[in-house]
Design a binder for this molecule. Structure first.
Ligand code: NAD
Ligand code: UDP
Length: 312
């Protein structure tokens, strides 16, 4: 059945892919975005669709709409951008959650929160299951994002317990793919853009820290499955690819995939509180959603490189 679906942060990297998928499934989609890190370019192909609507709005301000489902993605996700105005980042996560949960409560819409592996902080349990409470610095430079997202999870579960709001919470692990902003600042886009331009590839620290990289299509599939799951399972659920790589390995893979690149690896200071390791434990997603990622890093990098080659 055709639904009216609100996607906050819909002009961003993940949001733009999600809007496209939801429209392809025959839904009406409202993309709400303040264009802080998102762009009209990301949703350009969708603008002619009669079922697509764009609202320039900030989630920290309440809004009245009539919707059936809400995907709450509004929040800058790259450390460079969420640290640019950290107070606004916390407001976006916390006030944004309150406003969107209020909207869900009034309209009886189901609401999904795009939470993050950052709720685990710099984890000392590896890989990270959903039952792990995390190791987060409350006063560091990443805290505006980590604590904002943790508080948003609290609000989601309290609106669910106190007001019966129909929630879903997913914890997204590092995701990459087309529509990332070339100036996004996250590692996959940085390395690819640097390699394509023949600039030095900037490894922070020794490059021995690890991340597990998920391709965007796998994430969108997991998000939609979780939103439409009818078993009563509300999360939180990790959505990520458990294939783990060091940052140095990632840099080598990018160079390998762009063989004529003149780029060299250079080492820069490691930012404060940078997590040393991160890998999702995904048995909950497998059991509850029958979901697991299918796209390997090499294949995903190839598509992402093709995208950046076309826009640079
Ligand atoms: P992104 O920066 O590309 O997209 C975020 C979008 O939110 C942008 O379009 C931005 O303009 C918009 N936005 C920011 N603040 C807003 C506000 N106050 N009001 C309205 N719109 C606002 O990032 P992304 O990678 O697409 O991430 C989307 C969501 O997924 C975020 O909530 C992020 O925390 C979460 N997430 C992403 C990853 C990842 O690896 N990409 C990992 C974990 C969680
Ligand atoms: N990183 C790097 N070079 C860059 C950008 C990031 O070495 O140009 C490192 C960063 O220090 C971190 C990892 O890559 O250890 C992932 O960083 P990103 O900002 O993509 O996401 P995070 O998982 O840290 O939020």
């Amino acid at each position: 059945m055709k639904k009216r679906i609100l996607v906050t942060g819909g002009a961003g990297f993940i949001g733009s892919h999600l809007c496209k998928r939801l429209l392809n499934e025959g839904n009406e989609v409202i993309c709400l975005d303040n264009f802080f890190t998102g762009s009209r370019q990301n949703i350009h192909d969708l603008l002619d669709n009669k079922d697509f609507e764009v609202i320039r709005h900030d989630v920290t301000i309440p809004i009245h709409l009539e919707v059936d489902q809400i995907y709450n993605l509004a929040c800058p996700a790259s450390p460079v951008h969420y640290q640019f105005d950290p107070v606004q980042t916390t407001k976006t996560s916390v006030l944004g959650a309150i406003n969107m949960l209020g909207l869900a409560k009034r309209t009886k819409a189901r609401i999904l929160q795009a939470s993050t592996s950052e709720v685990y902080g710099d984890p000392d349990v590896h890989p990270q299951p959903e039952s792990y409470w995390g190791k987060v610095n409350p006063i560091g430079i990443r805290s505006c994002y980590d604590e904002g997202k943790r508080c948003a999870e609290t609000l989601f579960f309290d609106y669910h317990r106190e007001h019966g709001v129909d929630i879903r919470v997913i914890r997204i692990f590092n995701t990459y793919g087309p529509n990332m902003n070339p100036n996004d600042g996250r590692v996959v886009s940085n390395f690819i853009v640097q390699a394509l331009k023949g600039e030095d590839i900037t490894i922070y620290g020794e490059g021995s820290q690890t991340r597990s990289f998920q391709y965007i299509d796998d994430l969108v599939e997991g998000m939609v499955r979780m939103m439409n799951n009818e078993t009563g399972f509300v999360g939180p659920v990790n959505i990520g690819n458990p294939d783990e790589f060091t940052i140095k390995e990632l840099a080598e893979k990018v160079i390998e995939a762009i063989p004529n690149s003149k780029s060299k690896l250079v080492y820069k200071d490691l930012p404060q509180d940078d997590p040393k390791q991160r890998k999702p434990e995904i048995s909950t997603a497998k059991e509850q959603l029958k979901w697991s990622p299918s796209i390997k890093l090499d294949a995903g990098l190839k598509d992402t490189i093709k995208y950046f080659s076309s826009i640079i």
